[in-house]
Design a protein around this ligand. Structure first.
Ligand SMILES: [Fe+2]
Length: 233
């Protein structure tokens, strides 16, 4: 993901003249994040997901998470430099929500690809074997993910993950924008499906199961297989 480095100019603007120890803090800088480009056009996933949804989802929703995440990081940086523990603590929920939103959506875009680029093609290679071993078949896995995604109360995500400790595939859900790592440090996301209403409402209204039925037509199993092979070797 794209990164750019900014420095806390606020301290300098406020008349703060850094001494050698403070310069260490300043020289560390603050990494901020930017909206990643998609590798396909907004309309390229139709009819499974409409171009209107994709454009809003990427340009408005994901962008808002990025903007608010950067804002929270800048405030955190400032609070730490001032020794303001109350503000540091207060910022944790924004960092989890907006940082999680950025992490999750960055994965989600890679999990999708147009049918003409292989969207929906069953996984080849070792991921295909692992799915058969751990779930019985790809159809059984798709049914499990769709069922758990439909049953998730409120907003959240349903995941196919590799548990590196147990060395097996697992299906997990996370509420809100919690990233998968909050369910366990050994979990590597292979596939994450956004079940927030903003991901489907314009096209599927309130019928989340229909969205979860059609999204498989544009799932990028090749990408999931690449991550699986890299992380399981
Ligand atoms: Fe989303």
């Amino acid at each position: 993901m794209a990164l750019r480095v900014i420095f806390t100019k606020k301290l300098l603007r406020s008349g703060f003249h850094p001494q050698p120890t403070s310069q260490i803090v300043l020289s560390r800088g603050l990494q901020t994040f930017s909206l990643p480009d998609l590798s396909y056009d907004y309309g390229a996933l139709e009819p499974a997901i409409s171009g209107e949804i994709m454009q809003l989802h990427h340009q408005k929703h994901h962008q808002a998470y990025v903007t608010n995440y950067n804002k929270a990081l800048e405030q955190l940086h400032e609070a730490i430099s001032k020794g303001d523990s109350a503000t540091v603590a207060k910022l944790q929920s924004a960092i989890k929500f907006d940082g999680g939103g950025h992490i999750n959506h960055s994965i989600f875009w890679k999990n999708l690809t147009p049918i003409s680029e292989g969207g929906g093609e069953p996984p080849k290679g070792s991921l295909g074997w692992a799915i058969d071993t751990d779930f019985g078949s790809l159809d059984a896995l798709v049914k499990k993910i769709s069922t758990e995604g439909a049953a998730l109360q409120g907003s959240g995500w349903v995941w196919l993950a590799l548990d590196k400790e147990l060395k097996k595939l697992v299906v997990e859900t996370t509420p809100n924008q919690d990233p998968l790592v909050t369910k366990g440090a050994s979990l590597v996301p292979l596939l994450g499906i956004d079940v927030w209403e903003h991901a489907y409402y314009l096209q599927y209204k309130n019928v989340r199961p229909d969205y979860l039925k059609n999204i498989w037509k544009v799932i990028n199993w090749k990408y999931a297989n690449e991550i699986y092979e890299k992380e399981s070797s």
